[in-house]
Design a protein around this ligand. Structure first.
Ligand SMILES: NC(=O)c1ccc[n+]([C@@H]2O[C@H](COP(=O)([O-])OP(=O)(O)OC[C@H]3O[C@@H](n4cnc5c(N)ncnc54)[C@H](O)[C@@H]3O)[C@@H](O)[C@H]2O)c1
Ligand SMILES: O=P(O)(O)OC[C@H](O)CO
Length: 318
């Protein structure tokens, strides 16, 4: 039996997909009013309206009542530590991070944060290209399940694969994590370029050079290049930099258009851009698009200035 912590868009979608197959799933939300509403209406009206819950999906606000089995942590990256600190000791139950990014305060990845708060826990990450709406509707998706303990990874791969989520497995946790973190930063850059009217060619350049930054950081932390070429890297970069369903991309669009953006929307790439920049500087890695995104977010650069910065860098080999 699987438990999902966090009844946002992604946690709810995963719970729906698992329960649609008949697996018993418990979806935990911390907000009592949300638990009551979801229990009564059998949907998550705030995040996934009109996508009803299968019978096998149980909603609870009682974290002590979660059954044995894997625990999926579907909260935003910057909230993962606080969420873990509030949860009971889950013993030997595998903890699966379902978030993408780097913690701003510590520059740690999701699985590293789990290890920091719960030393000795069996930790994994579920990542890759997927929109919650697609998963909840039953549309086909393929994701990466990364766990450095291959036996645990195999168990999780079997348990969490559903009729519409095909899971690929890897032991390269750092590789899977860094792809999901960097792609959101690049989606902000691409959205800003499109929003400012810089064109599709500029977006292709940002995606390709953004992939180069992703790979540079990945290799520097000991990840495998093949992982970045897979779903968690190239796959998610492609989805997020090209679709208006992406919140990171839409945030970038709003920067490019000079339009307001709802600050309550989860935009993982914003904090992660700053964390990534700090990490890259400490490691003496060149990440110019990441620098540009930080400049756009803190308002120190306009899109035009950021693009001029990128185009006027010294010429080099590809
Ligand atoms: N939405 C998607 O399409 C999608 C797809 C793949 C991955 N993800 C990833 O999933 C993660 C979560 O995104 P989301 O779309 O579900 O965001 P969301 O904003 O829809 O939901 C976040 C949820 O986390 C809960 N939460 C926040 N802090 C908490 C805490 N301390 N304890 C318990 N719950 C807490 C909030 O109440 C909210 O329900 C992100 O890292 C995102 O990148 C999202
Ligand atoms: O809406 P976004 O930008 O957080 O993207 C959602 C997923 O990460 C896409 O794989």
């Amino acid at each position: 039996m699987t438990s999902v912590i966090g009844a946002g868009a992604f946690g709810t979608a995963l719970a729906i997909s698992l329960a649609r197959d008949g697996s018993e799933v418990t979806l935990w939300a911390r907000d009592a009013a949300q638990v009551a509403a979801m229990s009564a209406t059998r949907e998550n009206a705030a995040r996934l309206p009109d996508l009803g819950f299968p019978d096998a999906l149980k909603v609870t606000g009682d974290v002590e009542s979660l059954p044995e089995g894997p625990v999926l942590l579907a909260v935003p990256m910057q909230k993962l530590r606080a969420a873990l600190q509030d949860l009971p000791d889950f013993g030997a139950r595998p903890l699966v991070a379902c978030c993408k990014g780097i913690e701003l305060t510590s520059r740690l990845s999701p699985v590293q944060v789990i290890g920091d708060v719960r030393p000795g826990a069996r930790a994994a990450i579920l990542t890759g290209p997927s929109f919650a709406q697609d998963i909840a509707k039953g549309l086909p998706t393929a994701l990466t399940l990364a766990c450095d303990d291959d036996d645990t990874g195999r168990d999780l791969q079997t348990t969490l694969t559903t009729a519409n989520i095909r899971l690929y497995r890897t032991v390269d946790v750092p590789g899977a994590e860094i792809g999901g973190a960097v792609k959101n930063v690049m989606a902000i850059a691409c959205g800003a370029a499109i929003g400012a009217g810089l064109g599709e060619s500029a977006r292709a350049a940002l995606m390709t050079r953004g992939y180069a930054e992703m790979l540079r950081m990945a290799l520097a932390i000991g990840a495998r290049a093949e992982t970045l070429a897979g779903l968690s890297g190239f796959g998610d970069l492609t989805l997020t930099c090209t679709s208006r369903l992406s919140r990171n991309y839409r945030y970038g669009l709003s920067i490019g258009e000079g339009a307001p953006f709802d600050p309550s929307v989860t935009v993982e790439g914003a904090a992660t851009a700053r964390a990534l920049q700090a990490r890259a500087r400490a490691m003496r890695l060149d990440m110019p698009i990441t620098d540009a995104v930080v400049g756009l977010i803190d308002g120190s650069r306009t899109v035009k200035e950021a693009m001029t910065d990128l185009l006027s860098r010294p010429l080099k080999e590809e």
